[in-house]
Design a protein around this ligand. Sequence first.
Ligand SMILES: [Zn+2]
Length: 86
Amino acid sequence: MRAAVGAGVKVEATHKHHTQLPGFTGRHLWTVMGVWQVADPARVRHELDLENLLTLEGPRCLHCEQPWRATIGAHCPGPLSTEATP
Ligand SMILES: [Zn+2]
């Protein structure tokens, strides 16, 4: 569960997210990822706010992992394959 308060600065989150990620559409899916320090990892819910925010990274495409830049365009090549080609 996630809940944004005010301007979206304060967030409560559980260990597992239940968000359904949108499917790949051929366009970049821009994201910003954050790292928060948690006081008690055994807790089911954590309070994520500016006081324990360690770093933000991005924007970066969730599919192809390229960082955003003004000239990148809308087309996304999609996830990089980790399988070896024969
Ligand atoms: Zn992309």
